[in-house]
Write a protein that binds this ligand. Structure first.
Ligand code: APR
Ligand code: PHB
Length: 390
């Protein structure tokens, strides 16, 4: 087989890239290691920046999002003992936000790929990129025991943090920067009506978050130690701990019910640079991870794909400028979100070794945010998402 772009990974980054390229007449194939059912069963993030909403719409997959997604003005911060604080992106950044789950986006992308006859090969084993420094790179993989080869002009590494793409870049070329946090998030999905607003709660017992997927589907998280076992958190214990971290007036409004999913994710910041090696281009979690505070992971995957699709389409129209600048452009936005997510994580979580000084400085920071319009504008500009570069 021969295609213009070979895409490794069929998560949101890979499928969206495939969709945008196909619509622009750039033929491509997606190679995904897992089954489609497995990809669609993963519960991930759920808050979209408006720039992401527009990218999804212009890729032709905005219809259900516009019908079922929840457009909202921003996010609350509940800080024990203090009044309501609201990150009002509509007021200070001129843009609302959209609550719409990554699982739904992935479903919409699969449906759109099928409708256009897009080629997504799942359960592809041992996917390997070759000859990345030459003019003729290719992909090999195994399916039903047979080895296959796909020749391409370019390869897009959209295979997530544990994928193969980043690992084939020589250590002498790839620079990685990492920060680990001494806690994780224990998340629960339940078929109960969510709070109207998404709320981050900062409390002496630890951080908590109330989020949403649709009018009858809620997503909640609590900060937990890294060695936490899911078995030790039956639903009753989870709900009691969640409510203990919210102010009583919000806790009383949280509707509990049986969990339909429960998972633990450690928090990490990670950036790999450059996001290009010869004819291989990285996008999404393959190149970077941010802690979930601030909900930037999915939005960064979408912005990488926006830049990369524009660059590849321009290449086929005779202009290589964007392709040459892809890594620098994407990384500026990645570092902006990495800094923001790190800062919001520091502000809202309880660290095992924190001192009284750390605590008082955080309180002072929240007071400043609450009083200063400049500070709120800056926070909202970043939470709503920085604009794409031309
Ligand atoms: N070969 C083929 N596919 C692979 C390989 C491989 N060697 N390794 C991983 N994959 C697939 C995974 O099974 C997954 O479906 O690549 C896909 C990567 O998808 P994601 O991990 O969802 O990453 P991405 O598409 O970049 O989306 C980023 O996911 O983790 C969240 O916060 C993150 O919301 C953001 C989004
Ligand atoms: C989510 O809905 O899963 C979510 C919302 C906000 C975040 C992180 C995750 O900051």
């Amino acid at each position: 087989m021969r295609v213009q772009v070979g895409i490794i990974g069929g998560g949101p980054a890979g499928l969206l890239l495939s969709q945008i390229l196909h619509r622009a007449g750039v033929d491509n194939v997606v190679l995904e290691a897992r089954s489609r059912a497995y990809v669609l069963s993963r519960i991930r993030a759920g808050v979209l920046e408006w720039g992401s909403v527009e990218v999804l719409r212009s890729a032709g997959i905005g219809e259900r999002m516009d019908r079922e997604g929840h457009v909202h003005d921003g996010t609350g911060i509940a800080w024990s003992g203090r009044g309501r604080f609201f990150i009002d992106t509509r007021k200070y950044a001129g843009k609302p936000m959209m609550a719409y789950g990554q699982t739904n986006i992935t479903e919409d992308l699969f449906a759109a790929r099928d409708a256009m006859g897009g080629l997504v090969i799942d359960e592809a084993e041992d996917v390997t990129p070759h000859e990345l420094n030459g003019e003729r790179p290719y992909l090999s993989y195994r399916k039903h025991g047979e080895t296959q080869r796909i020749d391409c002009d370019f390869i897009a590494g959209c295979d997530g943090f544990h994928g193969v793409s980043r690992s084939v870049i020589p250590a002498s070329v790839l620079h990685t920067v990492e920060k680990l946090y001494p806690f994780g998030w224990l998340g629960v999905l339940s078929e109960t009506p969510p709070l109207e607003e998404i709320v981050y709660a900062r409390h002496a017992r630890g951080f908590a978050l109330a989020s949403q997927r649709n009018p009858m589907l809620s997503r909640y998280y609590i900060q937990c130690p890294l060695d936490t076992q899911i078995e030790d958190w039956p639903d009753d214990k989870f709900w009691a701990e969640l409510k203990a971290r919210f102010p009583p007036e919000l806790a009383d409004r949280i509707v509990t019910g049986p969990s339909i999913e429960k998972s633990i994710a450690p928090l990490r910041s990670f950036v790999a640079e450059p996001m290009r090696y010869g004819r291989l281009f990285l996008a999404g979690d393959a190149a970077h991870i941010v802690p979930p505070t601030g909900a930037k992971g999915l939005n960064l995957a979408i912005s990488d794909v926006f830049y990369l699709s524009r660059a590849l389409i321009a290449h086929y129209r005779g202009n290589d400028g964007y392709l040459e600048r892809y890594s620098d452009m994407a990384l500026r936005r990645v570092w902006g979100a990495a800094r923001f997510s790190w800062w919001l994580t520091l502000l809202l979580h309880r660290f095992p070794d924190q001192t009284e000084f750390d605590e008082r400085a955080r309180e002072s920071e929240l007071d400043y945010l609450a009083r200063s319009e400049h500070a709120q504008r800056s926070l909202c500009e970043q939470y709503a998402g920085l604009p794409f570069e031309d």
